[in-house]
Design a protein around this ligand. Structure first.
Ligand code: ZN
Length: 550
């Protein structure tokens, strides 16, 4: 069938630009409208001017792609990407920035498929596929090369002229909006996606390929020859937020499994990042949240490397989507594709697989002092209902769907809380495994989450907002410690002392020094003032066992 619709490259550009501006930016316009200086006519003009400028800018962007053979596929991709971005911004309250693009690129297909809901497909179809199909069906008239270049130049000149004129008239309005609503540029689609890719590309090209060694001077303090092996199990949680831990005062019994386990809960802990791809490298880095960047940490050794160099046997057991480069130089096992008939469904596994794997690991790795990292799947959304077995279904009704915005906040909270119930059970069973070998080894368990989660508060879902503007739900994380009696004695820290130190404020920055300190690793990279155990020792809490502990 021959298409009768003919479009010049100019018409294609302006139409596509208008479509993206109007259809893919509803949240941007709503945010801008809500934040305007109300009722002044000036603000309406400023907004209208901005709309005109953005229309010209988006069209210019499209026009840059309008060359024979390139135009159709490029515009189709642009429309689909913009539609997807618009969907996630509108449905989950996410912002599209460098970190979010990094997450998308590092996410594995199983997590991605959790997000493939019916509304996503509908959005992709209506916002993206329909206009894309029209573009495919239309006949694009490409002028001679010289005329096209001239048209492009005129379009660019018009855009620049418009920008200058509007800046002269409304600069203060735009500056105020940009300052007061920093999220706007992450909402504006598709430039947010392009900015994100650009930022990521800059970061990658800057990243030094040569690995910077850290703590080369690391050596362990002498261990008494008759000492039993020290086993530190670090459980890295996923998307668990402190607000829903009953150990920290949450009103529902989400941590019952840990009752009577003698754990110490740290109620004031903040995450370095609000997504896995940031928090994971950050918590294992010596840089600290304030000097941290993903690129810098990627070009640098982390605490696992230092410990391994000092002679600690380090292993990483993963039930998540990988360690984001952190475990690159130590032995690691991907358990997320295990075939356990009870815990796995062929697609993913419940965190219970980590307990079995730890038990096996400890049986084979007897003798040496070791750090085993268990990376949980935790409460990763939006498919919270897939994170726990029926036995952990304590709160009902649940949201057994990926379309979490449709479930209602109560059902969503029930489902999320069931995930925390199950996480508590996994931690309790991990403690049981360690306690059972108390006659052969001294053990410590440390649990902390990578970041929190928004569950619909103020219309925000999931996680990944920039740290500066992220709500407390996304940055407040739970941390739990458990030490066997032998470990309390060996490390000189009683449970009571740890409990006394627990109410202070902590962050991911405390993890690296605490791991170094627990193995007695001496290096310039060790910062004693951030070591939880050193802090607890200094607290000198009176209590049973304390006398013998020092
Ligand atoms: Zn995460």
């Amino acid at each position: 069938m021959r298409s009768s619709v003919q479009l010049s490259t100019s018409a294609l550009s302006w139409l596509t630009g208008l479509w993206m501006l109007a259809i893919d930016n509803t949240v941007f316009w709503r945010t801008l409208w809500a934040g305007r200086d109300d009722s002044s006519l000036r603000s309406v003009f400023a907004l209208a001017g901005l709309a005109l400028l953005l229309w010209a800018l988006f069209s210019l962007l499209v026009r840059l792609l309008c060359w024979p053979r390139l135009a159709k596929p490029a515009v189709v991709v642009l429309l689909l990407v913009a539609a997807a971005a618009a969907h996630f911004i509108g449905s989950y309250g996410i912002l599209v920035d460098k970190g979010m693009i990094r997450n998308v690129l590092q996410t594995d297909w199983r997590e991605a498929s959790d997000l493939a809901t019916l509304p996503l497909l509908a959005d992709l179809a209506l916002r993206g596929a329909v206009p894309a199909a029209l573009v495919v069906a239309a006949r694009i008239r490409f002028g001679p090369w010289r005329a096209s270049a001239l048209g492009l130049a005129r379009h660019a000149a018009l855009t620049i002229g418009l920008a200058l004129g509007l800046a002269a008239a409304f600069y203060s309005d735009y500056a105020a909006a940009a300052r007061n609503q920093r999220e706007l540029r992450h909402l504006l689609t598709p430039t947010n996606v392009l900015n994100g890719f650009h930022g990521l590309w800059k970061e990658r090209s800057r990243a030094d390929l040569k690995l910077t060694r850290v703590g080369e001077d690391a050596r362990r303090a002498p261990v008494p020859p008759q000492a039993r092996p020290l086993r530190v199990v670090l459980v890295v949680g996923e998307t668990a937020r402190a607000a829903n831990f009953s150990l920290g005062g949450y009103g529902r019994p989400t941590n019952q499994a840990l009752a009577g386990k003698d754990v110490v809960y740290f109620p004031n802990v903040t995450a370095c990042g609000t997504d896995t791809a940031t928090s994971l490298p950050c918590m294992f880095s010596d840089l600290g949240a304030d000097s941290f960047s993903v690129a810098a940490a990627g070009a640098r050794e982390n605490v696992l490397d230092i410990l391994a160099r000092a002679g600690v046997a380090v292993r990483w057991l993963d039930n998540n989507s990988g360690c984001k480069g952190v475990c690159q130089r130590v032995p690691s096992v991907d358990l997320s594709r295990s075939t356990d008939p009870v815990l796995c469904d062929g697609r993913e596994c419940l965190d219970g697989v980590l307990v079995g794997a730890l038990r096996e690991d400890l049986a084979t790795g007897a003798g040496a002092d070791s750090l085993v990292v268990l990376h949980m799947k935790g409460s990763h959304g939006p498919a919270y209902h897939r994170r726990y077995p029926p036995s952990a279904r304590r709160f009902e009704p649940t949201c057994d769907s990926n379309e979490i915005q449709r479930c209602g906040l109560d059902a969503l909270r029930n489902t999320y809380d069931n995930g925390i119930v199950y996480t508590s059970e996994v931690l309790a069973r991990t403690i049981d495994v360690l306690a059972a070998q108390a006659d052969r080894a001294d053990s410590m368990l440390l649990y902390l989450s990578d970041h929190g989660e928004s569950l619909g508060e103020r219309g925000i879902y999931l996680h990944g907002l920039p740290r500066l503007i992220a709500p407390a739900e996304q940055t407040g994380i739970p941390m739990i410690a458990w030490l066997s009696a032998g470990a309390q004695q060996r490390l000189g820290v009683s449970r009571a002392a740890l409990q006394q130190a627990a109410s202070a404020s902590y962050s991911h920055d405390n993890l690296t020094p605490t791991l170094l300190g627990s193995f007695g690793v001496q290096t310039r990279a060790y910062r004693a003032e951030l070591d939880l155990l050193a802090k607890a020792r200094a607290a000198r809490a009176p209590g049973p066992g304390d006398g013998s502990a020092r």
